[in-house]
Design a binder for this molecule. Sequence first.
Ligand code: GLU
Length: 411
Amino acid sequence: MKAFDSTQLYFNRAADQIDLTENMRRLLLIPKREVQVQVAIERDNGEIATFVGYRVQHDDARGPMKGGLRYHPDVDMDEVRSLAALMTWKTAVVDLPYGGAKGGLAIDPAQFSTRELELITRRFVDGIHDVIGPDMDIPAPDMGTNAEVMAWFMNQYAKYHGYSPACVTGKPVEMHGLPGREEATGRGVGILTYKMLTRMGRKPAQTRVAIQGFGNVGSHTAKFLHEAGFRLVAVSDYSGGYYRPEGLDVPAVLRYALDHKGTLAGYTGAQQISNSELLGLDVDVLIPAALGGVITHANAESVRAKIIIEAANAPVYPDADDILAARGVMILPDILANAGGVTASYFEWVQNRQHYRWDINRVRQELEHVMTRAFERVWELSVERKVSLRTAAYIVGIGRVGQATVLGGIS
Ligand code: GLU
């Protein structure tokens, strides 16, 4: 199944619940604008390299469009379109005054030098700067990009439009960034995992957790859950999985990754397993925190966790969602679970526009407030309507975007 078809299926399930008309569905589903540009650079060895850059601006009924920039070999227009739509529902679920967008390049950043990545980013900005801006569309980090890339983005954008730090979020703290933005997605995942388990009457110390992916999101989730007293038994990255049934020494794992350029390769404090073994471990909570489409009909039966927290975007495909639902597995959906990142991005954007700096305590406090409020609303609605948390989250998101569209007037 293609990525956009999958997002559309989840959308339609919720749209059926609220009897949304066909015309309104079309209006909300079709992206407002899709941009594709050529990005050409001279590599360090003198060769010319060309890439395709994408930016999909899905919907702006609730405000400027917002969403990350992904550098990953799997990036294509279909994936970016699907991720852009997810951003529209995500910003609406947590009630930020934004629409949704997403962009990216089909490259593996590990294959390029820092100088080459800077050039690629600057040429990409050259191609899209006229459709980007603090009141139009505000990019941010995603898989394969980071604060450094956002700094290049801001600097190149300024060459066309002058000083405008609010044109992009997730910048370095020393350069108009927000303390707490980097940890925010993982922290939000942690906050909601804790809330959800408490709701279900479970105690952290009796809860075994496995996290797939140990990048920015996975590692900050691990740190938060460890500090909250959960028993983290397995983590993984591209080098494989690391499993210790009695519980991992989380500070040691975090330190190992820091000392080894972010990778866990060579970590000996746990039993080595494969990524697919990790997905099938006998744990209470499974947190996919890497790529999309990791749980499909092919492996859904082997998932033993009773709770899945979608820290990644679109990790569970609809065919797997059905199998898991039939087995009573509860899924906290991506558009709510990982919304902490874009929420902190919103704080950064507000701070940039006010030329005022928030400290980390305020950021953490407001993040918890926004995430909790959204969680309560979605949970309530799912109980009220007897639907999954995903369908409830989509109903909240679609309801808000639909309302803004109608209030703004279509003709
Ligand atoms: N890339 C992140 C996401 O998928 C953050 C987007 C943002 O901060 O705008 O939610």
